[in-house]
Each structure stands twice: as C-alpha cells, then as structure tokens.
Ligand binder design. Sequence first.
Ligand SMILES: [Zn+2]
Length: 96
Amino acid sequence: MLLAASIADLIWPTAQVCRQPLEIKMTTVTRHAQISCPACGHKKVELMPTDACQWFYECEGCHAVLNPLPGDCCVYCSFGNVKCPPIQMGEACCGG
Ligand SMILES: [Zn+2]
C-alpha cells in the first residue's frame, strides 16, 4: 500500500508548481518630479532614482534638508508632484 501510494505520488505530484507571475509592467514611469520646498517654496525638477529611495534632499533655495514625511518612503512622495518610481509601479518602496 505504501509503495503504491509513493508511485501515485510520483505520477501525480501533490506539490503545486509555483509559477512566478510573468506580467511585465510596461506602464511608463515618470522619472522626473518637481519637488517643492515646504520651507521656502522653491521648486525644482529632479530626476528620481528608480532603484533607491531618496531620504534627503537639500533645497537649492534655502538649503533646508528635507526628510520624508511620516508614512512616505522618500522625499519625492512627500514633496514631489509625482510619487517615486517604485510606488508608481505599485511596489512597496525599499521594504517599507
Ligand atoms: Zn527651501
């Protein structure tokens, strides 16, 4: 009985094949964000990194160093006019 059961297991594997979703997200990601300084209102368009989160941004106008607001992953999510690329792609940003 045990032998028959193992042969059956070999023919019909009980383990499910885990398929990785092969969807390639072709949605265009905006890499440029206009960041607005909350201190002086200075605006500048910056190129966002797609593989990293920017935690610090120094304003060119008043040289204030901006940090992300609580709940945001990077300065672009907090002060930019678009979210950062990982968020645009629907992914969690940097494990956050
Ligand atoms: Zn500023």
